[in-house]
Design a protein around this ligand. Sequence first.
Ligand code: AMP
Ligand code: MG
Length: 423
Amino acid sequence: MQTKPFTPQISCADDVDTESIRVAEARQRILASLTPISDYEKLPIRGALGRVLHEAVISPINVPAHINSAMDGIALNSKDLPTSGTQTLDVIGTAYAGVPYRGECHAGQCVRIMTGAPMPQGTDTVIMQEHVESIAESRVRVGLQHRPGQNVRQIGEDIRKDSEVVKAGRYLTPADLGVLASLGIGEVKVRRRPRVAFFSTGDELRSIGETLGEGEIFDSNRYSLYGMLAQLGVEILDMGVVRDNPEALRESFLRAAAVADVIVTSGGVSVGDADYIKSILTELGEINFWKIAMKPGRPLTYGQLGKARFFGLPGNPVAVMVTFYQFVQPALHYLSSGSVRLPLTLQATCTSGLNNRPGRFEFQRGMLTQTRDGHFEVTKAGKQGSGILTSMSHANCFILLAEDCERVEAGDTVTVQPFAIYI
Ligand code: AMP
Ligand code: MG
């Protein structure tokens, strides 16, 4: 009997894998497949913090609206500044912020003025308190070295009327809220937040509160996913755990696609007997790619299901977080704002020796610290297996070992990508 020769299939564990695409290409293909959200809603400015501005804000006024003092001191006409020696002046009144001095200031006179107070008529220059010598009850002396027009804030110096103050597509920051308030604007149009439905897949998964049977584990991916989504401020739809059962998965896929802009699942994307995600997405939707030359996170199924974009993340808890930060987060930013927002990267001295297999992009977990002289140092955060979630919990950054990097020696400079704001 003749036996057919066994031809092994290309696998995620192989060294050379021609079906994998590179990290940068995966990100590009994802971004190219997205159409940013254009629906919007009106919100009071406090509620708009962190949201994306729908249309540019044009200033209805000048800020400041009136010429005012930048210092506590005296306001005078620059013609009264001495050109040699000193000059004495009569103090004829006081101008406060919110309580202007209504009279006019003539030659040889000055007005005591507080920061923010409108400049009295006849004055154009302020001399700070510390440079004014008091010589009698209402008489002062000033010296040289003052410049005409100094310490005065001009109309529209900060914001000109009719100018664009905040651009469309911008994520509103605390400073933006302040700027909007300074214009008297109480409400803005912001884009609708992306709706993200997510669920975990796996027969072994139990939810918190349930008792673990033999071989069962608690579902942790839904919690780390929840945390990362919540930090992005998107709308979240937690669909729980779905069993490795094609019928149940089909039903969940369709339910999610009916309501969400983006669907994120974890697990079931490898080639095991219970890995159905890829085949069901092929059946109900369309696959864009399903393997990336990276570690961890190689099997990642990306595609479309109805109008929704579908991320089938791997099941391993570290891989879920790595792939979320590298692909799902930029996708959600692009959907929200129409602009590409990539994670910040820094150069740091690595205190550990690291290995990578060329041709594959590795994301190691690291602990980034800043030395006393301001330099960044990074140390590998313990064991790097893709199931070791504590390595993510102890880490505050990824150490990026790009496709062309084979080995890092202790003391080498590496690129890191912080995922925590504080170190
Ligand atoms: P899979 O991709 O489904 O083969 O899962 C890969 C590994 O990740 C297996 O060890 C799973 O038990 C584990 N895993 C899958 N989903 C989860 C989850 N939601 N929480 C924790 N571990 C998971
Ligand atoms: Mg599974």
